[in-house]
Design a protein around this ligand. Sequence first.
Ligand code: AMP
Ligand code: MG
Length: 708
Amino acid sequence: MTSFDTVAIVDWSGGNDTGPRPRRDAIWLGLTRLGQDQPPAYLRNRTAAETALANLIDTERSAGRRLLIGFDFPFAYPSGFAQALTGRADPLAVWDWLEAQITDTPRANNRFEVAGAINRALGQGRGPFWGNARPRHDIAGLPRTKSGYANPFPDRRAVERAAPGSFTCWQLAGAGAVGSQVLMGLPVLTRLRRRFAGHIAIWPFESLDAPVAFVEIWPSLIAGAVRRAEAEGGIRDAHQVRLLARALSRLPAPALRAMLQVDAPEEGWIMGLGHEDKLEQAAAAETGAATPLAPPPLRDDCFALPAGVDWTPVDDALALLRTRLHPVVAQTELPLSGALGRILSRDVTALRANPPQPNTAVDGYGFAHASLTTGDQVLPLVQGRAAAGLPFDGTVPPGHAIRVLTGAALPEGVDTVILQEDVTATDTHIAFRPGLKPGANTRRAGEDVTAGTPILSAGRRLTPADLALASATGHATLPVHERLRVAIISTGDELVEPGDPAGLGQIFDANRPMLLGLMQQFGFEVLDLGRVPDNRAALRAALDRGASGADVILTSGGASSGDEDHVSALLNEAGAMTEWRIAVKPGRPLALGLWSGTPVFGLPGNPVAALVCTLIFARPAMARLAGADWQTPQGFDLPAGFEKSKKPGRREYLRARMRDGRAEVFKSEGSGRISGLSWAEGLVELPDGAAHITPGTPVRFLPFGSFL
Ligand code: AMP
Ligand code: MG
């Protein structure tokens, strides 16, 4: 298996923590997932990198995506070293050995000590390692320079002899040296390999039949693309990982296979060496829109029902839809102004704290609480003031106060604010009573949200307040799903378009305007495919148009198994339909199937049944297809304002509304009564079993709004 859904590239570092601000010569992670380039991530130290990599592997694994991770340091040493060090000519034995010896924290590590010890054991203290980045700290057995250096092993691997400009893994210090990266990188990879045992294959030592592959890469293979990107500004390491992830993910399959076909069981290899032109080409390939992120298709059997079940209870039908369906829409990134109502495609965390700095919650005067004395207070005022967006530059000395306005960042020397109404003020002094608590009337930095905390989770439909939260915490854009496109078809020889003359036996199409409106309320894009007579060729043509232009097709009418029920007949003929006989009233069988891979919901023709089936079944199913969480309408219990007996066997939905705290139902249950749909403001849900409702019996009321 040599195709990958996600490609990550890591630019490693052998040094210490590089601080909070993104900079070069640090660890960088580039990522292209399902063809979508993600912004490169800056990782300040190896601990952070190990966590980020473990999270990435977890995420991709649980989404069922195959993942390739490239690291820019050698996976093995020149031949003979593994045998001498571990007694086995197996590079992965060196991984384990190093993992056991190396200690590493963001501030300090023992790489030079370990190299010195190896030199003393295998090379009489003169090699194979050389170079020491610690100016005043000599290491026994580790030469600082190449004078007096002697290497008992080959200086280079075969792949390095074939890669002009590459460095040897023995050199531990100096510009461009990779030796430290190997010593400090392999232990991290070893731990990941153990943690995800059986799920990671190390190339080219293990066969690539695991869902995750680690490969060795070298950014110099796309030096041209990196140089062009760097000319536009930005950090080189970030460009390297971004472009290499892009290149590997856009490689045509045969080129990728050719690059992975390597026989180097002891020394390893740089993936892509000798194929630089292909990589450069792929790195330059267009991004984003040209390769929309294509989710996997639905399974052919996603609408199959368990054999032998006659009438499926509503909850079982919903549980089946819930497990079988998954998002079918692509992902994109939108500015906040275009994201309202869209479904978030990834979890989002705060990039910035809210509030970012401590500030005052009121108009008043600020001072240091610790500088107050006992009893009544009189404090001199410093010149100037702090207002929102206009911070005070200086420091407020102990025992002094400063004028502050709501939202102003607290100046140096201020931790407490008194309300202006609680002071007596002159131009130069304020006076107030004792009793104020430290920190009063201020907001702590991050008291709402701290940077890095999750704020919104994937599958959520974005509200106006979500946009406020995203903006406040530093997001200008959000990752969202493309809108689900829903095609609507009405079927029936009797239907005419509103406005057209209607003859004897003809009725105006009522379902289509209703369904188009509902889909808009759900936030979907609609494709109106009009009316189709009860004729298979016409219906086939309409379904074809739906399958090519939409993600879901909703039909109404013709869904049962009568002579004129062409929706079910056609889908049956195509071998792509299941008649879902659901124990629900109102509602005839639902025809669920795939037409050229596009899901079709064949709704009953009766407008009342069509609406109920849309809300109860199609709505949550379409939410899943659109990338949203499964949606259960939230209702509440109300005393019934009516009387009714129901038999066991079918769950029932009555057109209802709430008046004076009671649930009223429409005077008739006739399923052709469209006036009752319009009258209603929600549904009363009666349980599957028998029920006898009298006025005052609690019944479940589901407002129409809870389905949106
Ligand atoms: P069918 O499911 O095709 O047997 O239709 C059931 C009932 O619903 C019949 O009385 C149809 O005339 C009616 N019906 C079907 N489609 C529509 C529609 N789009 N608007 C109004 N009534 C419809
Ligand atoms: Mg019909």
